[in-house]
Each structure stands twice: as structure tokens, then as C-alpha cells.
Design a protein around this ligand. Structure first.
Ligand code: ZN
Ligand code: ZN
Length: 274
């Protein structure tokens, strides 16, 4: 059974419309699909409508940026009510920061000779959302870098010219927004935060204290070792398992929607609790 509980449309930093996401899910023979745009609920109605036409199970989702101590992390909300005022208001806060950040990134890149960076990145977005991915894709299109990892390394991370410290909502607020919207709070791609295993476990233990419900244990290219490692962490802290490709659809990315390693999740699979 193909299941993808983590995807992006052009309502955040993906390329496709919500309808096209559902088409992809149908072609990939997914039984369950969730759209989880960054800090945005705008694509959910269109995706749900299209999923109903194709008779595919759709789960309303969102991926929220959060600050946890010094770390910027992503918390996915699954099974949320997209009319919930607390959630909507919370996401507005994050988006205000995202707009300010985009302008600051643009200025930073301008200083190192990337002219009209903000304007060019803006033109790659089909909606009002402008994310770091748009800047990275613009830098690739300009022929300055070849892929996303090299853009982030050279321009966007640490103390590089396009790096802006994330002033996202606090993790405990984010978890409570998701819960007030009736959803489950899932830590996205736990092995991607560039922290030691000890620090990661400490963070997950703290997140569990504030109500985290689960973690993703399978992403697009998870190796059997990585899956085992994430599953062990989930078990140690009594968390549910989730999974998703984190599909965005940019031409230079090899991730495919609905294509993640097959895994027998058993009873603790998040779908059993939605
Ligand atoms: Zn993420
Ligand atoms: Zn994502």
C-alpha cells in the first residue's frame, strides 16, 4: 500500500497545484495522501475536492516551522481542521516572519552580486508564498550553483550572505495549535537536523513532554539503518510512526511522490489514530 503523508504544492515551496499533487498520488497508486504545505492551509480545499473525485483518501495536513531552543525544526500536523482559528492565527505569525525574511535574504544576496535576488525569487512562486527554496532555485537557474545542497552551503546557511536566523513560533505553541485544530503533531524528517544523536534524543524527549504525538520514520531515501534508528527513537519515547516523501517537484530534485521504502508499520502507525 503506497502512502504519502508529507508533500508540498505551490502554496508553499512546491511546483505543482494541489490538484496536480492528487493526480500524482493517483498515478503512484497511493491509498492515502496528505498535503502538508509550509505554514499554509490554502491548498487543502482544492486537494480534498480533487481527492474525492478520484476516491483517494485525503488527510489534511500542514508543516509548521518551529523554534526549539537554538534549532529550527519542522512539525507536521496531520488530520487538522483547516478552519480552526488558533491554527490560522498562529500560521499568520510565521508567515509574517517569512515575508520579512525573504526581503532580508534578497538584500544579503544582493551584497554578494546576485542582482534583484528578491524579485527573481519572487517570480518563481505562483502564489504569494516565497521561501528559501525559491531563492535556492533562482540561484540554480542563474547558473551560480548546480543543486540545492550547494546553494545552502554557499549562500543560505550559518553566517553566509543569504542566511537569516529563523524567528519561528515556539515548538510548544506549534504543538498546541495543531492539537487545538484536532490534529496529531509529528516531527518531520528527524534525522535531517544536523544534530548529534544525544541532542536529537533530548529534543524529542522534550517535545514528547509538550505533547508531540509521533515522528516520521520513513522518508524518500531512508536506508534500512535510518528507519531502524528512527523507529527505536519513536519506541523509546512512545511516539507514533509517520512517513512521507517530502515531495516538492522541482526539476533538479529526484524525490517522487508516493515512492518511499515500503515498511510494515504495525499498530503504532499514525493512520490508525487519525
Ligand atoms: Zn521539512
Ligand atoms: Zn516538507
Amino acid at each position: 500500500m503506497n502512502i504519502d503523508l508529507h508533500t508540498h504544492s505551490y502554496y508553499s515551496d512546491g511546483v505543482l497545484s494541489p490538484k496536480e499533487i492528487i493526480n500524482k498520488a493517483v498515478n503512484a497508486e497511493c491509498q492515502f495522501i496528505s498535503l502538508t504545505d509550509h505554514d499554509s492551509l490554502e491548498g487543502l480545499a482544492e486537494a480534498e475536492k480533487s481527492a474525492n473525485e478520484f476516491n483517494i483518501n485525503f488527510i489534511k495536513g500542514v508543516e509548521i516551522s518551529a523554534k526549539h531552543g537554538p534549532y529550527s525544526i519542522h512539525i507536521v500536523g496531520l488530520g487538522i481542521n483547516d478552519n480552526n482559528k488558533t491554527l490560522i492565527h498562529g500560521l499568520q505569525q510565521n508567515n509574517q516572519f517569512r515575508i520579512n525574511r525573504a526581503k532580508m535574504i534578497g538584500k544579503g544576496l544582493q551584497k554578494v552580486g546576485i542582482e534583484n535576488a528578491y524579485k527573481k525569487a519572487r517570480s518563481l512562486s505562483k502564489t504569494k508564498y516565497i521561501t528559501r527554496t525559491h531563492f535556492a532555485q533562482m540561484i540554480i537557474l542563474e547558473g551560480i550553483c548546480q543543486n540545492m545542497p550547494s546553494v545552502f552551503k554557499k549562500y543560505m546557511n550559518g553566517n553566509k550572505p543569504g542566511a537569516v536566523k529563523g524567528e519561528w513560533a515556539k515548538s510548544d505553541d506549534v504543538v498546541s495549535w495543531i492539537h487545538s485544530a484536532g490534529g496529531l503533531a509529528i516531527l518531520a524528517h528527524p534525522l535531517r537536523y544536523k544534530m548529534t544523536l544525544t541532542k536529537l534524543k533530548k529534543m524529542i524527549s522534550d517535545l514528547k513532554e509538550i505533547g508531540l504525538d509521533g515522528i516520521e520514520i520513513v522518508n524518500s531515501f531512508s536506508s534500512p539503518d535510518e528507519i531502524a534508528k528512527s523507529k527505536k527513537i519513536a519506541d523509546d519515547y512512545e511516539l507514533l510512526y509517520s512517513c512521507g516523501s517530502d515531495f516538492h517537484g522541482w526539476p533538479n530534485q529526484s524525490i517522487e511522490l508516493g515512492k518511499i521504502p515500503l515498511y510494515d508499520y504495525g499498530k503504532k502507525f499514525v493512520l490508525n489514530y487519525l
